[in-house]
Design a protein around this ligand. Structure first.
Ligand code: E4P
Length: 217
């Protein structure tokens, strides 16, 4: 399972990249706005921090303008992945871009039928949003399960990129279902390493080691 950081905060991305555990980055217009930085400049910087795909989202709603925006975005770096919304125009753009070998992430997916369309459009990634479903009283994980079944039925190569991941349990369940990727805020990636018994174990080992009076270095 690949881990993407869902952020445009370059300091956090650099920190995660240094662990060797980061496989890519996703951004969206809200995350770019939160960074307070120029879209092109921050996206270029992010592309230099990871070898993995970096999703940069178009903001046009019609196919022609999406294609023009994608043309600008894909010149930023070889690892840019064009993010398009799950609309008919977005799917049309996905089909056109993937024909040339450009990576495309079809985002704002809230149903398995939408994911089926994204796969038929040749998407590299589809982004089903778990947390936003949960916020509305719908179990977002069931969406991931349905998409996994459908994609396996037809051997679609589109990767399921679980998005709107809010906590460690989402990650665990996505891994059990077989999502290909989870994109999550840096704090969620780091939280995966936490366990109270690990902390307690370290404390005990340190105390016993100190009592030996020895050192390794
Ligand atoms: C990822 O590509 C999405 O933009 C992101 O995961 C949305 O997450 P949110 O629902 O927490 O805003």
């Amino acid at each position: 399972m690949k881990f993407f950081a869902d952020t445009a905060d370059t300091a956090e991305i650099a920190d995660l990249a240094s662990t060797g555990l980061l496989d890519g980055v996703t951004t969206n217009p809200s995350l770019i706005a939160k960074s307070g930085r120029d879209f092109m400049e921050v996206t270029k910087e992010i592309c230099g921090l990871t070898d993995g795909p970096v999703s940069a989202e178009v903001v046009a709603l019609d196919h022609e303008t999406m294609m023009k925006e994608a043309e600008v975005l894909r010149k930023i770096a070889d690892n840019v992945c064009i993010k398009v919304p799950l609309t008919i125009d977005g799917l049309k753009t996905c089909k056109a871009l993937t024909k040339d070998g450009t990576m495309v992430n079809v985002t704002l997916c809230f149903s398995a039928n939408q994911a089926l369309l994204a796969a038929k459009a040749g998407a590299t990634f589809v982004s089903p949003f778990i947390g936003r479903h949960d916020d509305n009283g719908v179990n977002g994980l069931e969406l991931i399960e349905d998409i996994r079944i459908i994609y396996d039925n037809y051997a679609f190569e589109t990767q399921i990129l679980a998005a709107s991941v809010r906590h460690a349990t989402h990650v665990l369940e996505c891994a059990k279902i077989g999502a290909d990727v989870a994109t999550m805020p840096p704090k969620v990636i780091k939280a995966l390493a936490n366990h109270v018994l690990t902390d307690k174990g370290i404390e005990g080992f340190m105390k016993d080691w100190a009592a030996t009076g020895q050192s390794i270095l």
